[in-house]
Design a protein around this ligand. Structure first.
Ligand code: DQA
Length: 144
């Protein structure tokens, strides 16, 4: 099984960026932990981070050529991007949306996700565990 892990804008700054909200792990730390869990499942993971909405749309459009599902933290584009949602709708791959922070107990503008209605599920508020739980759920869904 092949899973694409997509990280949206500003997640390249993880570890340095508002650590009281997002924690002290870097993006490399998160990818490393996902890679280790993926290896347990014998899943092959691909990773992509971009600050650009268009680059993320391109990655989603190309995903079906190589992947069976997507684990995505769309970051700020969660709350703004019809384009990411439409790309997900167009390809139809199963995906799980994750967030480090609990977006539902933060500012009101973070409560809405354009992608969540298309996702298998959304996991937020657990830091690294949001990603690990999301990967596990996506893996189990695809396997069954
Ligand atoms: C985030 C939450 C978003 O609201 C925010 O814009 C991010 C990170 C999270 O992982 O908690 O950049 O997706």
């Amino acid at each position: 099984m092949r899973i694409l892990v997509l990280h949206g804008p500003n997640l390249n700054l993880l570890g340095k960026r508002e650590p009281e909200i997002y924690g002290t792990l870097s993006l490399e730390d998160i990818n490393g932990a996902l890679e280790a869990l993926g290896a347990e499942f014998e899943a092959v993971l691909g990773f992509f981070q971009s600050n650009s909405e268009g680059a993320l749309v391109d990655a989603i459009q190309q995903a079906p050529e190589k992947y069976d599902g997507i684990l995505i933290n769309p970051a700020a584009y969660t709350h703004t991007s019809v384009a990411l949602r439409d790309a997900m709708a167009a390809i139809g791959l199963p995906f799980v949306e994750v967030h480090l922070s609990n977006i539902h107990r933060r500012e009101e503008f973070r409560h809405h996700s354009y992608l969540a209605p298309l996702a298998l599920g959304q996991i937020c508020g657990f830091g690294l565990d949001s990603y690990l739980l999301g990967l596990r759920a996506l893996f189990n869904h695809i396997k069954n």
